[in-house]
Design a protein around this ligand. Structure first.
Ligand code: OFO
Length: 164
């Protein structure tokens, strides 16, 4: 059994992960259109990871015999001026998602829902890793800007994700 408020919060988190997946997909297309194939490839992989996070949460909900309530995924916000503004947004989104995960974790703990708490530990660690990775990309983008030649080197580096 799972408490109704924890079930609802898990369903909300599924939606948040799917929204992140949708947003990253839109960002990827936007940057690809501007010629940044490496950043675009990185974001496509990130989008797929966010969808996996949603799918994993769906497994957590259904394994507990709770109702899955998928919600609408709003259209992502529009155009960005380049990789720098995209990654400023990515970091904001990740920080917001970390806060959501922490709130959900605290709620599960307060409710004595140890199964949910343990399942969410993976998400807590994942957010630490994701924030650090995105912060690093952003630091490098802030250092070189996204107008000069160095950004194309960075673009090539970003495209290596998933190739090893
Ligand atoms: Fe789902 O890991 Fe980022 O947001």
């Amino acid at each position: 059994m799972i408490a109704a408020d924890i079930r609802d919060a898990l369903n909300d988190q599924i939606n948040a992960e799917q929204c992140a997946a949708q947003t990253y997909l839109a960002m990827s297309a936007d940057l690809e259109r501007r010629g940044f194939r490496g950043f675009a490839a990185w974001l496509r992989i990130q989008s797929a990871e966010e969808q996996e996070h949603a799918t994993k949460l769906i497994g957590i909900v259904t394994a507990r015999g709770a109702d899955l309530r998928l919600a609408a995924i709003p259209a992502p916000a529009g155009n960005h001026s380049g990789p720098l503004s995209v990654f400023e947004e990515v970091l904001k989104l990740e920080i917001a998602n970390t806060a959501r995960i922490h709130a959900l974790f605290a709620r599960a703990r307060a409710a004595g829902d140890f199964a949910t708490e343990i399942a969410l530990q993976w998400y807590v660690s994942e957010q630490v890793e994701e924030e650090a990775t995105v912060q690093n990309v952003l630091d490098r983008l802030r250092a070189v800007g996204d107008q000069g030649g160095a950004v194309w080197y960075l673009d090539k580096e970003m495209g290596k994700r998933g190739q090893a």
